[in-house]
Design a protein around this ligand. Structure first.
Ligand SMILES: Cc1cc2nc3c(=O)[nH]c(=O)nc-3n(C[C@H](O)[C@H](O)[C@H](O)COP(=O)(O)OP(=O)(O)OC[C@H]3O[C@@H](n4cnc5c(N)ncnc54)[C@H](O)[C@@H]3O)c2cc1C
Length: 397
């Protein structure tokens, strides 16, 4: 028997969860179809950084709206009457955030920070000496300036996803797991439903939020999406006992990023060693052969006390990445079929406002929470790939 909904979402990662929450909030009968389990894709391995510094204003706007309206007020905005305090939480930790710039990027850093200040973001350019005063265990001899966001930090992507779903379900949304989308039904240039391993679902609205599998789902609807799999190794190090306070850091001077992971660990990963082009079904948890040696060398340059530490564990995560390394939040040529994919290794922190904005675009014809027009699919065919106003080059080298 065909089940009928106002809207269907394919994929129950953080993006599908945010969409479900925002559709349900608008009173739509929505179901999320997930072939495996909730938060089992990229979301499970997200490093969870929540920062507002980007070199593209459209991304800063999305992250600022996500921080201001969601991460910083999660319980009130999303958690509500959750049955447990855990499901009312996104696990946001305000550690502060540093964007360390290469020396030759000082003007760009200042340009981006000025743009972000105009948006209302609490950020400033600080000197290497000021960084040292704030965080004495960081070495600061190989850069001159950094952007500092005292409000930023990191959150827990799995908690965030589950909290969105818990709230969405209280408003009537359904999460249907072990349900693989296998076909897309269309009529007269419009989508009318999705065929799955658990039967037929009909709806005039379908959003493809299938992460690194989104290209496959789009192909079922004859929509071409330029997306490949991006593979990213992440290490967890024991926190050296004598290490003082450290913030979340994106360190372009040594091409890696790191942050505290609770009280006992440090999460760290490189910007320059991520594979492209594995099959989306790849599952290996073996990192690249030189991953750890390179990362430890990079981390020792910034935090010599890492030498007192040891490795806790490593995991390998995968996301979908587009040619300009920016997301796709977009309508398509097939009426009623939308994309929320290609999140390119940075889509966790934007997912609350991106979900809100896409639901506005779908239901109201334009997005108000943040302008997502720059993230339209047609930019690739138009040859208008997104570039930062004061670009640092692509994040993933
Ligand atoms: C290692 C790593 C570190 C990251 N660090 C950060 C960070 O610090 N900050 C940040 O902002 N972002 C970060 N990201 C990016 C961010 O985590 C992802 O962009 C985000 O989690 C993607 O969520 P998603 O819902 O789009 O996709 P996913 O979480 O991958 O979910 C897609 C879902 O679709 C389902 N699916 C696929 N095919 C089908 C089908 N046929 N039928 C039904 N369901 C299907 C899958 O099973 C999966 O559950 C990181 C990503 C990785 C991998």
């Amino acid at each position: 028997m065909t089940q009928t909904y106002d809207a269907l979402v394919i994929g129950a990662g953080v993006m599908g969860a945010s969409l479900a929450f925002h559709f349900a909030e608008r009173g739509l009968k929505v179901a999320v179809l997930e072939r495996n389990v909730v938060a089992g894709g990229a979301t499970a391995h997200s490093s969870g950084l929540v920062r507002m510094h980007y070199d593209l204003a459209a991304e800063s706007r999305l992250t600022f709206a996500s921080y201001q309206n969601y991460f910083s007020v999660w319980k009130e905005r999303v958690g509500g009457n959750a049955s447990t305090s855990l499901s009312a939480s996104c696990g946001f930790q305000r550690t502060g955030f540093l964007q360390i710039a290469k020396r030759e990027h000082e003007d760009r850093l200042r340009g981006n920070v000025e743009n972000q200040k105009r948006m209302g973001i609490n950020t400033s350019v600080i000197s290497a000496d000021e960084v040292k005063r704030l965080f004495p265990d960081l070495m600061t001899d190989d850069f001159d300036y950094a952007a500092y966001e005292p409000d930023s930090g990191y959150a827990d992507a799995t908690l965030t996803t589950n909290s969105f779903f818990e709230s969405a379900k209280r408003m009537g949304a359904e999460l249907i797991q072990n349900c693989e989308a296998t076909s897309v039904r269309q009529s007269g240039g419009k989508i009318i439903g999705v065929g799955t391993s658990r039967g037929e679902f009909s709806s005039p609205i379908v959003v493809n939020a299938a992460g690194r599998w989104a290209k496959r789902i789009a192909a079922l609807a004859d929509v071409e999406v330029p997306l490949v799999t991006w593979t990213h190794d992440v290490a967890f190090l024991h926190r050296p006992p004598s290490l003082g306070k450290i913030p979340a850091v994106i360190d372009d001077a040594i091409t890696c990023y790191f942050r505290p992971e609770g009280a006992a660990l440090i999460l760290a990963a490189g910007e320059d060693q991520s594979l492209r082009g594995e099959t989306p079904d790849a599952e290996s948890q073996t990192p690249a052969p030189n991953f750890l040696d390179t990362l430890i060398e990079q981390m020792m340059r910034r935090i010599p006390k890492i030498g007192e530490s040891g490795l806790h564990s490593v995991h390998v995560g995968r996301d979908g990445i587009t040619p300009d390394q920016r997301a796709i939040y977009s309508a398509t040529d097939l009426g009623g079929f939308y994309l929320a994919c290609g999140l390119s290794g940075t889509g966790f922190k934007t997912s609350p406002a991106a979900g809100a904005s896409l639901v506005e675009l779908i239901l109201d014809g334009e997005s108000k929470t943040a302008d997502i027009a720059p993230f339209r699919l047609s930019r690739f065919a138009e040859g208008k790939l997104l570039e930062g106003e004061y670009g640092y080059g692509q994040l993933w080298k």
